[in-house]
Write a protein that binds this ligand. Structure first.
Ligand SMILES: *Cc1c(COP(=O)(O)O)cnc(C)c1O
Length: 440
């Protein structure tokens, strides 16, 4: 069985709970005993603040609430809490209240891209389905900070049924991301009800669950949960480790259970100043992920949400990190670095430049070591005109649904069949001038 640390015993004692391994490894116990106020935090952690600090922290909590599971709190190194990456992610900082005028409550326009309350539909073939508004630990860097702590708004069956109806009606949706909040805050049976409803829809090919439980409350990943989840394959789980320190014995056990359940695992990291804005930390993290059968998926640039300014780094820091990964470690360990475009533009990948120059006969490339090399283009490459009629094409995409919708965006510009040759933003001065002329 598990080993429990003296620190875990001590924390349980301070919560005035008898320590039993059964309690400590019971996820509901952690939710019930989550630390949500300063007094309890001081008592349990042994960290104390001056009256002035307390006042500022209290004000912060009133706007952006505090909640830490005893488990996640136990990872804080009390001797050096000022620099502790777990502390920084979980404990308020009065700088959260320093508003900048470019900050936005909903920088990703998730609310405007919501046809109905529980769904964000931004991309052609996949949606976010917000099935829970609560979390066991409130990340200070949450992009949905505007919603954190709406404890009363656990979505009802009616709201979720509406979402499921939306999925059923929109045949273009083939991928559903269960998000929140943390979907694993729901009970196994409520979650199973949702999964079974989604699985009844023929056009839904895959289901993904985004959860931070393996990091902040790994005991949530029980055998019962995994036995249930694996009945709804193909099902993917993406989690959110930000620092190698979060990879503990308990979190490893949770990841092992999920992977043994045949669930492909991914990780999404947020680049955070003074937490993980360091190439060596990122490299250690992605390597630890692979050791636990987790594929690093995205590295996110910190969003422009309210109260996150002190966490932001320049994009150049992310590029420097990506430079330190590609070629230097397993390709499998390298995530895609993305900026989630303010205004709902979606995730935009950014990367160091490897293409140095090109002519019709050659491209010039550089590798991770700085070697500059050339790739000779084929001397002859006849263009295959594509009219999107795959039945007539010598390339064999022999699928019933081969003829898909028309191309959009840049793929539309590249297409042979489409007459569109330019994408012009609305309301440029030039376009407005034209319209004025037409009106006159
Ligand atoms: C991130 C995101 C997705 C999923 O994007 P992938 O690149 O497919 O992982 C879908 N919808 C919204 C609104 C998102 O923000």
């Amino acid at each position: 069985m598990k080993h429990f640390t003296s620190k875990q015993r001590e924390i349980a004692g301070k919560l005035q709970q008898d320590f039993t391994g059964g309690n400590w490894s019971n996820w509901r116990w952690h939710i019930k005993h989550s630390i949500t106020d300063l007094d309890s935090f001081e008592t349990v952690s042994g960290i104390t603040f001056s009256p002035k600090e307390r006042e500022a922290l209290q004000e912060t909590i009133e706007t952006f609430p505090l909640s830490i599971t005893p488990y996640y709190l136990s990872l804080i190194d009390v001797a050096d809490w000022q620099n502790d990456p777990v502390m920084k992610q979980a404990f308020p900082d009065s700088r959260e209240l320093l508003r900048q005028d470019y900050e936005m409550a909903d920088p990703l326009s998730e609310d405007t891209d919501s046809p109905i309350p529980a769904i964000t539909h931004r991309y052609p073939d996949r949606v976010l389905f917000h099935i829970s508004n609560s979390c066991s630990m409130y990340c200070r860097h949450c992009t949905r900070k505007r919603k954190v702590g709406d404890r009363d708004s656990i979505p009802t069956r009616e709201i979720l049924s509406q979402g499921i109806e939306y999925l059923r009606e929109h045949r273009e949706i083939r991928d559903v991301l269960l998000s929140g909040g943390d979907p694993l805050m729901l009970s196994d049976s409520y979650l199973e009800w949702i999964l079974s409803q989604i699985r009844e829809i023929d056009h839904i090919e895959i289901i993904r669950i985004g959860t931070r439980m393996p990091v902040v409350l790994p005991y949530r990943i029980t055998d019962e949960l995994v036995d249930m989840l694996k009945r709804y394959h193909p099902l993917y789980v993406n989690t959110h480790f930000n620092h190698p320190r979060e990879v503990t014995g308990s979190s490893r056990a949770a990841l092992t259970r999920l992977a043994d359940g045949g669930i492909p695992l991914g990780n999404q990291t947020v680049l955070l100043r003074d937490v993980n804005d360091c190439p060596r930390i990122q490299k250690a993290l992605v390597q630890k992920m692979l050791q636990n059968r987790v594929r690093p998926y995205y590295l996110y640039q910190c969003d422009l949400s309210e109260g996150l300014t002190h966490f932001r780094t320049p994009v150049s820091k992310g590029i420097e990190i990506m430079e330190s990964l590609r070629g230097h470690t397993s390709g499998l360990a390298v995530p895609t670095y993305v900026v989630d475009a303010p205004g709902g533009g979606g995730k935009i990948p950014v990367a160091p430049n490897y293409l140095v120059s090109y002519s019709p006969s050659k491209v010039v490339l550089r590798n991770f070591e700085g070697v500059i090399t050339t790739y000779r283009e084929p001397s002859e490459y006849p263009h295959t005109y594509c009219n999107r009629d795959c039945d007539e094409c010598h390339l064999q995409l022999k699928l019933d649904e081969a003829r898909e919708n028309n191309a959009t965006g840049i793929t539309q510009l590249l297409s042979d069949e489409d007459d569109v040759y330019t994408l012009v933003p609305e309301n440029t001065t030039r376009i407005c001038r034209r319209q004025d002329e037409i009106a006159e």
